[in-house]
Write a new protein. Structure first.
Length: 553
């Protein structure tokens, strides 16, 4: 019982810690940095913070190895933290898809213990994943997607990125005064924004998301959280043209047609390889400032598909002070990544332990150490509350346990009292029977002193008196003057009557005895057996002969 109470308490604390883990999403892309913070969950999300800063020439001069680049982003992020009045220091950030290795690996079926042992010894990744550098140079995240016992196989999601690539983004976060708690991959950050659009994930069909942007271009297809990712080629020249609002319509359409042709080929490959139902819709997420004209060309190039701009803000509650800022962007999909990052939680107590797939990825180096630090902070803030709850739980358990014992004792006492009353009733009946027996025995005893020439009848009475067993009381002895003697009495059971008959049968003066009749009577709340026994006496000559033989011996 106590263990159940503690488990429920820890589950509550785990959920409480997740709800209290406010995280600021930080989306760093060439030319712009965006921040967002959300509250709530499920179907009720509220945007609490939103801000963005554009960086001049950021697209052309963006380089993770350039200190000037990182300084610009540090300055812009610091300004955003101040202007948005961010209330949390925890931040989640994404890295580009080009900086990540993403694979779904099929392995022989293993238990969790076997899998953990293979991971700890690095033998698993050396055998199934080909990395260009040493494992120590990578931050790795893995998770079992599904197990198939019938095929003796399991699918494992493997995500890795070089530590040097991650450090660039972490340095920007830390230098701005924030604490990184989650490092995601941009494609999965966009996928996490689907948590804000439950209307798009109501069925079990595959979901296709296309990133059409200045820096990255790819398609992500998800089915049961197993990802399929493929790059889509878009030249730097075409990117610059698309980023110019004055692009020639004919040239614009040609670029979109080439891009759409690659999408069609990848959808066909996916449907052919995985034998799933055809994909009938695509969500577009883009970092281009305008996408309305582009979207129209995509609809023409992909007539069999429903093409939609991924608007992650559609179902979110927007405070009045943020509506203008959110609507200022002509392309709402520019917020998809940062909003997806804002849905993430550090998950200190393992609340998402059984959440699998692409919405739980964290490439943060030393993430276990960060969790331990956050756990200590949580306990320091909530230590007294936890202690109080534990004391209440222990006292409740003790009270419940004591009440259970008291109730058990009360039930035993009721049973004891009933047995005691039954015993008293039985004792009264027994006392009555003993008194009656003593009375009859006294009468018979007195008859032994009778001085008469009827010696034979005296021997008969003595024989009857000695034949009466325990539990039998004689009421009447009738002698009719011939060789017949009728004995009447009470018995507590049938067995005693049979014993009396047997005893009479074995006595010297009585030749044979038999039961004449028997009935049931109730006396002092007790059931007795009335009986009448007929005894045939031996002839007086026979009894005399027996006595002489005994004396002679």
């Amino acid at each position: 019982m106590l263990k159940k109470v503690i488990n429920k308490l820890m589950n509550y604390l785990s959920k409480l810690s997740v709800e209290r883990e406010d995280v600021l999403g930080v989306d760093i892309t060439p030319g712009c940095i965006r921040v967002a913070q959300l509250s709530g969950g499920g179907n009720k999300w509220t945007l609490t913070k939103l801000g963005y800063k554009y960086i001049d020439d950021g697209f052309e001069n963006f380089s993770i190895s350039d200190k000037n680049t990182s300084d610009q982003y540090i300055n812009k992020l610091s300004q955003l933290i101040t202007s948005t009045k961010t209330t949390t220091s925890n931040a989640s950030v994404s890295i580009p898809v080009s900086s990540a290795i993403i694979k779904v690996v099929s392995l022989p079926l293993m238990t969790d213990e076997e899998l953990n042992e293979a991971v700890e010894t690095n033998s698993l990744w050396e055998n199934v994943v080909q990395l260009t550098d040493n494992l120590e140079d990578y931050s790795i995240f893995w998770q079992v997607l599904k197990r198939n016992s019938s095929k003796n196989q399991m699918d494992l999601l493997f995500v890795a990125s070089k530590l040097d690539d991650i450090d660039f983004y972490l340095d920007i976060i830390r230098q701005s005064g924030l604490k990184p708690v989650v490092v995601d991959v941009r494609c999965f950050a966009i996928r996490n924004a689907l948590e804000l659009r439950n209307d798009l994930t109501s069925n079990n069909s595959p979901i296709a998301i296309v990133e059409f942007g200045i820096s990255e271009n790819y398609i992500l297809i998800l089915h049961e959280d197993a990802p399929f990712i493929s790059d889509i080629y878009l030249s730097d020249k075409d990117k610059k043209l698309l980023n110019n609002s004055e692009i020639d319509p004919i040239l614009h359409k040609k670029i979109v047609d080439r891009f759409a042709m690659q999408i069609s080929q990848m959808l066909s490959t996916y449907e052919s390889n995985y034998k799933l139902q055809p994909i009938d819709s695509i969500l577009f997420s883009s970092t281009f400032l305008t996408i309305d004209g582009t979207l129209g060309y995509f609809k023409e190039a992909l007539p069999n598909l429903t093409v939609e701009v991924f608007d992650a803000l559609k179902n979110i509650t927007l405070p009045e002070n943020l509506k203008e800022k959110a609507s200022a962007e002509q392309n709402p999909s520019v917020f998809s990544s940062v909003l997806g990052l804002a849905t993430r939680k550090l998950d200190v107590f393992g609340y998402y332990e059984y959440v699998t797939g692409t919405n739980n990825i964290n490439l943060l180096p030393n993430r276990d150490g960060v969790k331990s630090q956050e756990k200590m902070k949580f306990f320091s803030r909530w230590g007294m509350v936890i202690f109080t709850l534990l004391v209440i739980a222990l006292l409740s358990w003790s009270f419940f346990n004591d009440n259970t014992k008291i109730e058990k004792v009360d039930n035993l006492m009721v049973e004891y009292n009933n047995l005691e009353m039954l015993k008293s009733d039985k004792q009264m009946i027994l006392d009555d029977l003993v008194a009656e027996r003593k009375s009859l025995s006294g009468m018979l005893e007195a008859s032994k002193k009778i001085s008469s020439n009827q010696g034979f009848m005296y021997s008969v009475i003595v024989a009857v008196n000695s034949s009466v067993p325990q539990g039998v009381a004689l009421n009447h002895i009738e002698y009719t003057g011939d060789d017949t003697l009728i004995i009447s009495g009470l018995s507590i059971n049938d067995q005693n009557i049979l014993q009396l008959i047997a005893n009479l049968q074995n006595s010297k003066p009585i030749d044979r005895s038999s039961l004449v009749n028997m009935s049931v009577t109730k006396k002092s709340e007790r059931i007795y057996k009335n009986f009448k026994i007929k005894c045939v006496l031996v002839s007086q000559n026979s009894i005399s002969s027996k006595q002489e033989d005994d004396n002679g011996n």
